[in-house]
Ligand binder design. Structure first.
Ligand code: GLN
Length: 217
């Protein structure tokens, strides 16, 4: 069985653990460098990306995480986890000293945080998702929950868009209304979604991730 770590510094760790266990892999909560060593793959949970960013430094995890990601560790980031995997944030938060939040990077995308606007900071929608079926590339419907979610504003050449969504009307970012935005992307061993499959009993994203770990997707 694969040993799948979950970065457990902050965020919805328990929901990811439950989903991964339901998928039949061994779950390891990762808080320190020694716990990262034995994992075959890693999940970066949803939560607050600025907090997780700070805690990775405090726990001495930033460099070990970046090294494993560069070495080809399979990583799945949901929501805040997507932000942490992104090479670039369009609108990074700054701390009280004026330092912008940082990401771990690895995935050649630019994300915008809280992109769907404050008036609709949470919403649910049906997505069409490419590549959920084990071998096919046909699109499948997926019920997705977005909570102060980022979207992907730019994807690099190596990045495949697996799902997009049209921002619901009523958002504050009126200039982009009606334009579909990427909310699920993959580049080789890295997978990221703006939404939270772990909170809806949805297993197919984690199953896709496990197939990626096994080299079957
Ligand atoms: N808005 C959060 C952030 O920027 C992400 C929210 C989430 O993970 N549900 O980190």
């Amino acid at each position: 069985r694969e040993r799948v770590g979950i970065l457990a510094l902050q965020g919805d760790v328990r929901e990811h653990a439950r989903t991964l266990e339901a998928c039949g892999v061994d779950v390891v909560l990762v808080r320190r460098p020694s716990e990262l060593v034995g994992v075959d793959a890693l999940v970066l949970p949803g939560g607050e990306s600025t907090t997780i960013d700070k805690l990775t430094r405090i726990f001495g995890m930033r460099q070990p995480l970046q090294e494993r990601i560069q070495d080809g560790l399979a990583v799945y980031g949901s929501c805040a986890g997507m932000i942490l995997l992104a090479n670039e944030i369009a609108d990074p938060a700054t701390d009280s000293n004026g330092n912008p939040q940082q990401t771990l990077g690895g995935l050649d995308i630019t994300v915008r945080r809280n992109a769907f606007g404050r008036q609709i900071d949470s919403f649910e929608t049906q997505l069409l998702f490419t590549a959920l079926a084990p071998k096919g590339t046909q699109e499948q419907a997926l019920h997705a929950v977005f909570i102060r979610a980022p979207w992907v504003e730019r994807v690099g050449e190596s990045v495949e868009v697996l799902a997009s969504v049209e921002p619901p009307a009523g958002g504050q970012n009126v200039r982009i209304e009606g334009e579909a935005r990427a909310v699920a992307v993959r580049s080789q061993h890295l997978l990221a979604t703006s939404f939270h499959p772990e909170v809806t009993g949805e297993r197919r994203i984690h199953e896709l991730f496990i197939r990626m770990i096994r080299g079957e997707a």
